[in-house]
Design a protein around this ligand. Structure first.
Ligand code: CMP
Length: 140
């Protein structure tokens, strides 16, 4: 099966943008052979972030996470290539930077579970949903 058209959604969070890590992160993505198909910088509304994190509604970290992600501009990307979703998860490292291995984006650049630099879709189904949410109707 040819999966070269696999796509996933990636967001560089406000700490990644404000710390000037966008170039470093895009370099790491491109170095794997994956490609950035679409990318834009935007300050997100509370509504779209709540929808993106809807599965976490009711958890104690839901509201602080939404407040954090809307606190400054983020970079939104569609990343494409064989196994894009799984490869991005490996490249990012564990959600909690305490558990993220050195050499991963979170392991190298994050200390805080909320300000953990980057978000990536956690399954192919989430990738399709998140791409539609953030890029639906914008794909040329
Ligand atoms: P992300 O991959 O963007 O998905 C949900 C986010 O919630 C997660 O990364 C973390 O930044 C944030 N978060 C904050 N606290 C927790 C927690 N205890 N467990 C999981 N995610 C958390």
């Amino acid at each position: 099966m040819n999966n070269s058209g696999d796509r996933t959604f990636v967001m560089i969070k406000p700490d990644g943008v404000s710390r000037g890590l966008v170039g470093e992160i895009v370099s790491r993505i491109e170095a794997t052979g994956l490609r950035v198909e679409q990318m834009r910088l935007e300050r997100l509304s509370q509504e779209i972030v709540e929808e993106n994190y809807a599965e976490h509604r009711g958890k104690e970290f839901f509201e602080p996470t939404v407040a954090y992600v809307t606190s400054g501009p983020v970079v939104l990307m569609i990343v494409t290539g064989t196994g894009a979703q799984a490869i991005m998860r490996k490249l990012m490292g564990a959600t909690n930077p305490t558990d993220a291995a050195p050499g991963t984006i979170r392991g190298d650049f994050a200390l805080d579970i909320s300000a953990n630099v980057i978000h990536g879709s956690d399954s192919p189904e989430s990738a399709a949903r998140e791409i539609a949410l953030f890029f639906g109707g914008r794909e040329a």
